[in-house]
Design a protein around this ligand. Structure first.
Ligand code: GLN
Length: 482
C-alpha cells in the first residue's frame, strides 16, 4: 500500500474487502510520517496511540458486522490552530507551546463521528499569519516536491503532509489564502468554503470575519467528501449558516458543458511569472475543451485589495490576540512582579516578529484618530470588492485565475521582506473579503517540477460548481494523484 496513492474510496474498499484493517492503514501512514516528516517537518506533534485506538475501534465495528461511518479509517492531519481535545494546540506559537485543547472543535467532533483518524497536528505560520510556514515559531516546513522550497502557508504543514502521503487529507484554515496557496505550492486540492459554511468553533481566531476551515486532499472527490462531513449549521458558531448542506460528492458528477468561466481583466496583467501564465493558459484551454465558455469580467477595485485585506485582518488579529496575556492560556513570564509587567513580558517572549508587527499595526488602525482613515475606509473598500464579485459572478458561473502569481519560492527568499510576502496574496485574499468560496486545483508543473495551481472562485454557497468543474478538470488534465 503506497499511502500517496490512497483515496477515501480506496480506504473504504480495502476495509470492505478485508484487504487491510484500519489499524494497518493507520500504521502505513504513521510509517510514512516516520519516513518523510524528518525532512519536510510538516507536523509539529502527534498522538499515534490515540490514532491507533481510533483505528482499532473501526476494526471492532467491522468484526461485529456493524455498518461503518462514512470516513471510517481515513487518516487526516489537522492544522495546529484547530482544537482536538487533550492534544496540544500551539498555533505555531511559543505563547501556546504547552497549551492543551480542552474540547474538540466542531469540525473535529464531526470527523470523529464520521470515523476518521487524526494522525498528526500540522505546522503553520504563527497564528496563521504568513504565506510560507517560515513564520512558525518552531521550524519552517519544506515542500515535499523540492526540499529547498517553501510549501506555502499558512497551512503549509497540512498541504505538505497530504502531498507526501502522511495522510489522505487534511484540514487547514483560510483567512486570506492559507488553504489555497499551500495547496497550489504542494500540488494538492484545497477548498476555502463560503464564510459561514463551516463552523469556526474550536478554531483559534485570527480574523473572525475572514476565517474559514476547509479541506486539503489529493483529489477533488476526497475534498468534496471532507467538506460534506464538516459543513453545516452549528449552534456554537452564530455565524454558521442554516442552509442545508448539499451532497457534494453527487454534485461533482454533473456535466460542466456550458459553464461560463470569468477571466478578470485586472488579473491577467504584468506581474505573473511566465511559467505560471503558461500553465494557466493551458488550463484555460482545457476548460474550453470541456465545453466551458471563457468570458472577460471586471474586478475594478483589485488594486486596493491587498491594502484593504491587511488593514481588516490586522485590526481583527490585534483584538483576537489580546486574550493571550499570560493569565488564561499558555505561557506566563512574571516580569518584574507587576501585572502590566507580566502582560508585557509574556507577550514579548511569546509572540514572534510577524505577529507583533500585526498587533501593532492593527492597534494603530483601530485607534481613535486613525480609525476613520484606515479601518472604516477599509470596510468601505471591502464592500466595493464584494460588489465587484457580485457583478462579475452575475456574468460568469466561476472566476478563474492563478492561485499564486509565482511558483513556490525558495526558503528565505521572501522571509525578510514582509511586503513582498503580502503582495503574493493578491489572487486569494479577495475571496475572504467577499466571503465567497474558492478552490485551488493542481494545474501542471514548472520545468523544474514545482506545482502550479489554478484557482476557481464561485458564488456564495455554490461550492458544488467549483467541485464539479474541478473534478472534470483534474480528470481531463490527468492532474489527480500526480
Ligand atoms: N498570507 C495571508 C496572511 O498572511 C493569509 C493568511 C491566512 O489565510 N491565514 O495574512
Amino acid at each position: 500500500m503506497d499511502p500517496r496513492e490512497l483515496t477515501i474510496d480506496q480506504v473504504r474498499l480495502l476495509l470492505d474487502r478485508g484487504e487491510a484493517s484500519a489499524v494497518e492503514i493507520c500504521q502505513a501512514h504513521l510509517d510514512c510520517i516516520a519516513q518523510r516528516n524528518p525532512e519536510t517537518r510538516a507536523l509539529l506533534h502527534q498522538d499515534a496511540a490515540a490514532a491507533l485506538e481510533q483505528a482499532a475501534q473501526i476494526d471492532r465495528l467491522r468484526k461485529a458486522g456493524q455498518p461503518l461511518p462514512p470516513l471510517a479509517g481515513v487518516p487526516l492531519v489537522i492544522k495546529d490552530n484547530i482544537s482536538i481535545r487533550g492534544q496540544r494546540c500551539t498555533c505555531g506559537s511559543k505563547i501556546l507551546e504547552n497549551y492543551q485543547a480542552l474540547y474538540d472543535a466542531t469540525v473535529i467532533a464531526r470527523l470523529r463521528a464520521a470515523g476518521s483518524l487524526f494522525v498528526g497536528k500540522a505546522n503553520m505560520d504563527e497564528f496563521a499569519m504568513g504565506s510560507s510556514t517560515e513564520n512558525s515559531a518552531f521550524f519552517p516546513t519544506r515542500n515535499p516536491h523540492a526540499l529547498d522550497y517553501v510549501p506555502g502557508g499558512s497551512s503549509g504543514g497540512s498541504a505538505a503532509a497530504v502531498a507526501a502521503g502522511m495522510a489522505v487529507g487534511a484540514l487547514g484554515s483560510d483567512t486570506g489564502g492559507s488553504i489555497r496557496q499551500p495547496a497550489s505550492f504542494c500540488g494538492v486540492v484545497g477548498v476555502k468554503p463560503t464564510y459561514g459554511r463551516v463552523s469556526r468553533y474550536g478554531l483559534v481566531a485570527f480574523g473572525s470575519s475572514l476565517d474559514q476551515i476547509g479541506p486539503l486532499a489529493r483529489t477533488v472527490k476526497d475534498a468534496a467528501r471532507l467538506l460534506g462531513a464538516i459543513a453545516g449549521r452549528d449552534t456554537h458558531d452564530a455565524t454558521s449558516a442554516t442552509l442545508a448542506v448539499p451532497d457534494y460528492v453527487a454534485a461533482i458528477e454533473n456535466p460542466v458543458k456550458g459553464l461560463k468561466v470569468g477571466l478578470p481583466r485586472q488579473y491577467f496583467k504584468a506581474g505573473i511569472a511566465p511559467e505560471v501564465t503558461a500553465r494557466i493558459q493551458a488550463g484555460l484551454k482545457l476548460l474550453e475543451q470541456l465545453g466551458c465558455e471563457l468570458v472577460e469580467v471586471d474586478l475594478p477595485h483589485t488594486e486596493y485589495a491587498i491594502a484593504c485585506y491587511y488593514v481588516v485582518a490586522m485590526a481583527e488579529a490585534s483584538s483576537n490576540l489580546s486574550r493571550f496575556d499570560g493569565v488564561r492560556y499558555g505561557l506566563r513570564v512574571h516580569g518584574e512582579g507587576t501585572l502590566t509587567g507580566m502582560y508585557r513580558e509574556t507577550r514579548d517572549a511569546g509572540f514572534g516578529n510577524e505577529v507583533k508587527r500585526r498587533i501593532i499595526l492593527g492597534t494603530f488602525v483601530l485607534s481613535s484618530g486613525y480609525y476613520d482613515a484606515y479601518y472604516l475606509k477599509a470596510q468601505k473598500v471591502r464592500t466595493l470588492i464584494k460588489q465587484d464579485f457580485e457583478k462579475a459572478l452575475a456574468k460568469a458561473d466561476v472566476i478563474a485565475s492563478p492561485t499564486s502569481p509565482t511558483p513556490p519560492f525558495r526558503l528565505g527568499e521572501k522571509s525578510s521582506d514582509p511586503l513582498a510576502m503580502y503582495l503574493s496574496d493578491i489572487f486569494t485574499i479577495t475571496a475572504n473579503l467577499a466571503g465567497i468560496p474558492g478552490i485551488s486545483l493542481p494545474c501542471g508543473r514548472t520545468s523544474s517540477g514545482l506545482p502550479i495551481g489554478l484557482q476557481l472562485l464561485g458564488k456564495h454557497f455554490d461550492e458544488c460548481t467549483l467541485l464539479r468543474l474541478g473534478h472534470a478538470f483534474e480528470i481531463a488534465g490527468g492532474f489527480a494523484l500526480n
